[in-house]
Design a protein. Structure first.
Length: 458
């Protein structure tokens, strides 16, 4: 038991708020994006600056508390919270500063990607991010960062120039190619294993209006469409991106009423080429077979990035399974069609994201992300508002994953796997795991930061 004096002293060192179970607002403060996660931390430190983070790390270490770090709170297995320990909550640290002269973007650790898009878009810039604007910058970046701009500009970590962070011993350091280079290598894909990142420095890229959005086809076209899409996206120019998925059409405008609640296959496109070239670029796609629903067209990048946020608000139940793939043969495609037709709830889905193009031209040892030779990152997701459907959608996701996993490249994207044990973490990093373990031994030998896809020190 901690003494009230120790707690009081910690509270006085914070400019932000210290929330405990008897505080008003505790139940709201402990919530994370995935409502399947229901944990009760003893302390939630809502930090407002780096000094607060330093005080929080020291308090957690000195009192042998379990420490979890929360940015946007989207983490599937709930690694942004814990039972009975300390949550270092960065959600009030949401400053973004764009330097248009140098095309750089400084982003505080509590930002979500919508904050970044809002700040960069007026300057005609974007940082490669994910597919949902409410996703936290910190979690997505530290795990790698797959998104609409991956084929054009690489993973999010390929656009990371440096980080400011607080280490397990309370020291504040900067890591970049020129300073603490071993730490900089580790945080580019190694997750939150090495400290609390208080700010990120990104390279901004010229992106403004893109040609993008979803196209839906009937489910019976899924096998042919998946083969067609795989061939196109494997060899496409970097300007062309589009992820393939299975989805249930939401029963809301602007989706045509005759397709409401139908299971369909979908490709969501993002083309960054010249606007006058878009029609020609999409002509073979539309000639494959006219989409039943075609929403692709000119769209500001932030609107594309936030297109599905309203369908996936915080508070749904989530269960993820993920793998990397080099390609899909006929058997794998048949399995996709089988399980894609069995989506257990309206929100449940399967996505295949291309990770070739610019991302594939980075060496597998250049960052902690090991699967540079893979072409696809796949995620199977059971989602629903009702906890009573958890068992059904979890079983579907597990069965789907077990069927496809033998055809995979071996590991999965750490941002899209659950708490699946040490072997899955090792598989996610492949040959890079040994070097990550060495970095863990140097920067967090006592494993203070273990509420994550944990890397054990060597």
């Amino acid at each position: 038991m901690l003494s009230q004096q120790a707690i009081s002293e910690f509270r006085t060192r914070l400019r932000g708020e210290l929330i405990q179970p008897d505080c008003a607002g505790y139940d709201e403060a402990r919530k994370v994006y995935n409502a399947m996660i229901d944990k009760h931390p003893a302390f939630i430190a809502r930090c407002v600056d780096v000094a607060d983070v330093i005080s929080s790390v020291n308090f957690g270490r000195e009192n042998n508390l379990t420490v979890a770090v929360r940015g946007g709170g989207h983490n599937g297995p709930g690694f942004g919270t814990c039972d009975d320990g300390l949550v270092i909550d960065l959600s009030r640290m949401r400053g973004v500063r764009v330097d248009p002269a140098n095309s750089t973007v400084r982003v505080e650790g509590g930002c979500v990607w919508g904050d970044v898009d809002h700040a960069t878009h007026p300057f005609g810039l974007a940082v490669p991010c994910g597919f949902i604007a409410s996703t936290g910058v910190g979690g997505l970046t530290l795990g790698g960062g797959v998104g609409y701009l991956t084929r054009k500009y690489g993973l999010t970590i390929d656009n990371l120039l440096g980080v400011d962070m607080v280490l397990a011993d309370g020291r504040f350091v900067t890591a970049s190619a020129d300073e603490n280079a071993d730490l900089f290598w580790a945080v580019r894909g190694g997750g939150g294993n090495f400290g609390v990142v208080t700010s990120f420095l990104f390279k901004g890229n010229p992106v403004s209006t893109v040609y993008g959005g979803p196209m839906f086809w009937p489910l019976e076209k899924a096998a042919d469409l998946l083969r067609f899409w795989q061939d196109i996206i494997t060899d496409a120019p970097d300007d062309m991106n589009g992820w393939f998925g299975f989805a249930t059409v939401p029963p809301v405008a602007p989706f045509p009423e005759q397709y409401h609640l139908q299971k369909m296959c979908v490709i969501v496109w993002c083309y960054t080429g010249l606007p006058e070239s878009a029609d020609a670029a999409f002509e073979p796609i539309r000639q494959f077979g006219p989409p039943a629903i075609d929403f692709a067209g000119p769209i500001p990048f932030p609107m594309l990035q936030g297109m599905f946020d309203a369908l996936y608000p915080a508070g749904l139940q989530w269960y993820w399974r993920a793998d990397f793939f080099n390609s899909y043969d006929d058997k794998a495609i048949d399995l996709h069609c089988k399980y894609g037709a069995q989506l257990p709830t309206m929100h449940s889905t399967m996505h295949i994201y291309p990770i070739n193009g610019a991302a594939g031209r980075v060496g597998p040892q250049d960052t902690a992300w090991a699967y540079r030779d893979a072409n696809f990152a796949q995620v199977i997701v059971g989602v629903d508002p009702d906890p009573q459907n958890n068992a059904r959608m979890t079983e579907w996701a597990r069965d789907y994953w077990l069927a496809l996993h033998p055809y995979s490249a071996g590991g999965g994207y750490v941002n899209m796997i659950m708490d699946e044990g040490e072997e899955r973490v090792k598989a996610a990093y492949g040959d890079n795991y040994t070097r990550l373990a060495q970095a863990k031994a140097k920067f967090d030998a006592q494993n203070l930061f273990h509420v994550n896809q944990n890397i054990r020190s060597s």
